[in-house]
Write a protein that binds this ligand. Structure first.
Ligand code: PMP
Length: 442
């Protein structure tokens, strides 16, 4: 396998290919195949953009039919049948059953663009510039989104001052027993706190890139009440945690809150095609025509995929499947934690967005590499990449899920030793030749 052309011509900015150094060619469901036919189980799912797995046959069929019929592919924000059908289905399957009276904006097709649009809208509606964000939050790489992102490496790459935002402690940031909302409330109530009244607060209900930190339902509920009291808009960035990743379609549903603005992207198109949405309470829609523009807001192929993907949400089957799979993941991660209490913290997360924190931080990267060598793609996240993060497809079958967890478990043994002793020298099974599929590899 030669990756020489990438080294020679592609920018040093590339990242995931360094963690997963192979040449991929085909994919199906929870599996990736390399150019020479090696097979990997995929617990990464395009960083959450492939919740229904790779090339889901039903979505693929809808896309092929659309292309063959000569459907419009690119249409800026002109009205098309594909867009109409998506909006209609989104209203019928997602919004109406949940009693949500949102208007839908199609920003540029990336998550960060949805975040930019949401921030601009909140500032425009309120006439205020300041925005509250939270420690360990991640919202994208463009300047506005970076300004509400915690990670200092990401922020430094901006090359300019990132302003008009204030970071507050997320739920649990100071450890157990310290209520971070009391802290925020004190700031908001005190006219002399130095905090300029914010237009909005933006947050993920489960911080994904920042290290898999779920906010408790109670914290989310009290935050929503506090913000409403101070007339500060609540923006939920559901780009990674939404579209069923944590169980329900919207990650915030079990908290019973209704955000003023919601950002969606990643898995909304169902097929890894670029697409993003901003949902806003009807009365907030004060945009003037063209005020948030962009050439690729009308990628109709993504609308076709998204419409087909929404069929998964017509009943409760998928949500139940996610919850059942989540329990399997939780149990296995808890066993790993118990085996390596020194090196592995308690697992955390929600639905099929779960992680296990490692000490020292580098253990997580070593586990990810060992897993890759054994045929499993699984990434790390957190400020120091100290968390092994699992994002299997929501539609994964149980044997594949168990197989991936088995590989992960063995990867921990490779790195930490089979019986919990650090070092790995007494590992029961050494790494197999790079990328060789598991024996029973489906
Ligand atoms: N918000 C969240 C919560 C994300 O996880 C991401 C991507 N990891 C983004 C925003 C940015 O999305 P994109 O990479 O498509 O710009």
């Amino acid at each position: 396998m030669s990756l020489e052309i990438f080294d020679r011509l592609e920018s040093e900015v590339r990242g995931y290919c360094r963690m997963f150094p192979d040449l991929f060619e085909r994919a199906a469901g929870a599996r990736l195949y390399t150019h020479d036919g090696r097979e990997y189980l995929d617990f990464f799912s395009g960083a959450g953009a492939l919740s229904y797995g790779h090339n889901h046959p039903r979505i693929q069929r809808a896309l092929i039919d659309y292309l063959e019929a000569g459907g419009v592919t690119h249409a800026l924000d002109m009205s098309t049948v594909a867009k109409r059908d998506f909006i209609r289905t989104f209203e019928a399957v997602i919004l109406q059953p949940r009693g949500l009276d949102y208007k839908v904006q199609f920003p540029g097709p990336t998550g960060t663009n949805a975040v930019e649009a949401a921030l601009k809208l909140a500032r425009k509606v309120t006439g205020r510039s300041n925005v509250l964000c939270f420690t360990n939050g991640y919202h994208g790489m463009t300047l506005g989104a970076l300004a509400v992102t915690g990670n200092s490496t990401n922020r430094a790459a901006a090359g300019v001052a990132l302003g008009n935002t204030v970071a507050m402690p997320f739920d649990g940031y100071f450890g157990h027993g310290i209520d971070t909302l009391e802290y925020l409330e004190t700031y908001l109530q005190d006219a002399s706190s130095g905090l300029d009244k914010p237009a909005a607060a933006i947050l993920e209900t489960v911080q994904a890139e920042g290290g898999v930190h779920p906010a408790s339902w109670d914290w989310l509920r009290r935050l929503a009440v506090l913000l409403a009291k101070h007339r500060i808009l609540l923006i939920v960035d559901d780009i990674q945690a939404g579209c069923g990743r944590t169980g329900p379609f919207f990650s915030f549903e079990p908290a019973g809150i209704v955000p003023d603005i919601v950002c969606l992207s990643k898995s909304i198109s169902g097929y890894g095609l670029p697409m993003a949405l901003v949902l806003m309470r009807r009365e907030l829609d004060c945009w003037k025509p063209g005020e948030h523009n962009g050439t690729f807001r009308g990628f109709n192929l993504a609308f076709v995929g998204a419409r087909a993907a929404l069929d998964f949400w017509r009943g409760e089957e998928l949500q139940k499947a996610v919850e059942a799979a989540a329990e399997i993941v939780r149990r296995r991660l808890a066993l790993i934690h118990r085996r390596y209490t020194e090196a592995c913290g308690p697992p955390r997360g929600r639905g099929l967005l779960q992680g296990i924190p490692c000490t020292p931080a580098e253990v997580a990267g070593r586990v990810s590499r060992a897993a890759f060598e054994r045929g499993l793609v699984v990434e790390t996240c957190g400020a120091e990449e100290q968390v092994v993060k699992l994002l299997p497809p929501l539609t994964i079958d149980e044997p594949s899920l168990e197989m991936g967890l088995e590989i992960l478990d063995t990867a921990f043994s490779d790195v930490l030793g089979a019986d919990g002793e650090a070092g790995g020298s007494r590992s029961a099974a050494g790494p197999s030749p790079k990328g060789s599929p598991p024996e029973d590899g489906a």
